[in-house]
Design a protein around this ligand. Sequence first.
Ligand SMILES: Nc1ncnc2c1ncn2[C@@H]1O[C@H](COP(=O)(O)OP(=O)(O)OP(=O)(O)O)[C@@H](O)[C@H]1O
Ligand SMILES: [Mg+2]
Length: 274
Amino acid sequence: MMLHDLKNNTIKTLDNHMDVPYYKPIAKEIEVFEHSYAQKLSFLLKGPTGTGKSRFIEFMAHRLGKKLITVSCHEETSSTDLIGRYIIKGAETIWLDGPLTTAVKTGAFLYLDEIAEARPDVIVAIHSLTDHRRELFIDKLGETIKAHQDFMLVASFNPGYQRGFKELKPSTRQRFVAVSFSYPQAKIEADILVNETNILEPDAKKLVNIANKIRNLTELGLTETVSTRLLVDAAKLIRSGLPKRLAVHVAVVEPLTDDIEIVSALNDLCDLMI
Ligand SMILES: Nc1ncnc2c1ncn2[C@@H]1O[C@H](COP(=O)(O)OP(=O)(O)OP(=O)(O)O)[C@@H](O)[C@H]1O
Ligand SMILES: [Mg+2]
């Protein structure tokens, strides 16, 4: 893995000679992705935090033997960050390709994580890449480049945010094949915990039961509820020797809310279940 620090470490390149990332399929997402790749369609991963979106794309890149370039979008992410810029080196000004241009030229997967956070000019920049044209216009160079045949654009989007809510326009959404990620069935989620952390199966099942109990408490009004990621963290702490209840308090309950009464009620509830 290589990190090039263009801006706040938001770009990550995953080369393909690492171990296969572990990914447990939830539905038909692998098949859908493979066909989308074959048909050169862009792909959107929708879903709440911690549901395996990033893990899935890492797995797919590995499975298809592709290099994966990830850009974590935030409100400052601009088309220049993606396409490239002139930089001054000694007495010279040289052009430096951004991650999008690199992916377009080399046929890598470009993963725009949290695409809705990025500035509008990012959306404009990718439009011509996500339709039949498959080309990128680099305005600073006055050049248009055709995408390498293996180039694929993948983006993630969390539709659930209530605060700082950002939508994707239909004209953008409709350029992607989209798959929803959510909390897996209990059996699958327990398998994920066992695989990720080596926790004992009965404990994994208890953690999943706790999660499903809290997920059903919609009256709590949480922005986002217990994710698989939180359960993995709790399982790791248990594996590491922390008392089970404490592990659940700090890894599952506390990250969910700062409301003291809710925390205390959830802790009591969890204590009954593990
Ligand atoms: N289907 C799955 N197979 C294997 N591991 C999973 C799966 N789903 C979730 N996980 C576990 O949950 C963790 C969080 O998943 P991941 O980072 O992919 O979430 P995400 O959807 O990208 O979240 P965010 O929106 O916050 O970026 C992973 O590190 C992994 O341990
Ligand atoms: Mg992610």
